[in-house]
Design a binder for this molecule. Sequence first.
Ligand SMILES: *Cc1c(COP(=O)(O)O)cnc(C)c1O
Length: 361
Amino acid sequence: MTQHRIYNFNAGPAALPLPVLEEIQASFLDFQGTGMSITEISHRSKPFDAVINDAVGRTQRLLKLGDDHQVLFIQGGASMQFCMIPMNFLGEGDAADYVNTGAWSTKAIKEARIQGKTVNVVASSEDKDFSYIPGNIPFTKDAAFAHITSNNTIKGTQWAEFPDIQTPLVSDMSSDIMSRPFDASRFGLIYAGAQKNIGPAGVCMAIIRKDFLDRTPAGLPAMLKYTTFADKNSMFNTPPCFAIYTLQLVLKWLEETVGGLDKMAAVNQEKADALYGFIDNSDFYRGTAEKESRSRMNVTFRLPSEDLEKRFIETALGEGFGGLKGHRSVGGCRASIYNATGIDAVNALVAFMAEFEKKNA
Ligand SMILES: *Cc1c(COP(=O)(O)O)cnc(C)c1O
C-alpha cells in the first residue's frame, strides 16, 4: 500500500507522531495477543487497566506531579470543563478570577456566569483583538481560583510565565500541554482536550489537586463531579478506550523517543524560532500576535491581502502543506506546530513560504 502523508499544520484535531499511528495500525487487529482489537476489549480487563495506568504514570513523570495531584480522563472535551469547573469549585458566596485572552477564555467565563456564579474578569486583551497576554493583573485576594488559558489557539498567544500568586491556578492547557515543562504544584486544575497535543478527539485530560477534589459539593450528577472520576480511576462508566490508548502511546513516544519535556520544549522553540524568524524578516508576511506574547504552538500571520491568503492556502495544499487556514472566526493564516509536527515540516514550510513570496510579492 502506498502511503500519502502531508505536512500537517492542523489546529485540532492535529498531527500525531507517525510511530504512534504505525503502532496502532500494526496492533489494531490483535492487541497484545488478545486476538481482539483495542476497540473490542473490555474496559474492565487487565490489558486496558495496564493502558490507563501507564497513561497516568507517564503523565505523572512527564509533568513531575506529586502525590497531591490526580490524573483523570473525562469526555466532553475542554468545553465540558468550562461548565464543570464553576459547578465543582464555586460554592455559595465564592468568586473566581478569570483572565480573558480570547475565544476559549470567553466561553469559559460564559459557562460560569450562566450558572449564576460570580466571575471577576480581572484582565482582558480584547482591547487589542486578543493579540497579547495581559501583564500586572490585579488578581483579587480571596478568589477561589484564578482561571487562565495557557495558550490561545485561535489568536496565537501564549503565557510565557504563569502568574505568581497565592490563589490556586486553573488552566485550560488544551493546546500546549506537554509542550514544555512547568511547575504543576501551583495548579488546582489543569485540563486539556487531547486532540491538539496529546491524542485524538474524545478524551480530555484533567489533572486535579486533592484539595480541589474536596471542594466538590454533594448533589451534583455523577458524570459532572470530579470525585466520580477520581474515585473510579476514570472508569465510573465506559471511558473512551481508544482515545486513551492513543494518548498513552503519544506519552510513551514523548518519554522514550523524544526524551521528556525539556527536550520537547527545545525542539518546539527551534520550530517557532524558524517560523517567526522568517516572518519577521519578510515584508510580505506579518505576524499578528505581539512578540512577547507569541505562541510556540500556533503561529498566526497575514499576507498583504485576503486574495493572496486564499491563494497561499490553496497553493500550499497543492504542494502538500495542510491546515494553514486561520480559524474561521478570524481569517488569515495559522500554522499549528504542535509536538508531533517536526522541524523538517517547519523548514519545508519556510522554504515554501519564501518561494510563494518571491512569486507573488
Ligand atoms: C480546542 C480548544 C478548546 C475546545 O476543546 P473541545 O475539546 O473541542 O471542547 C478549548 N480550549 C482551547 C484552548 C482549545 O484550543
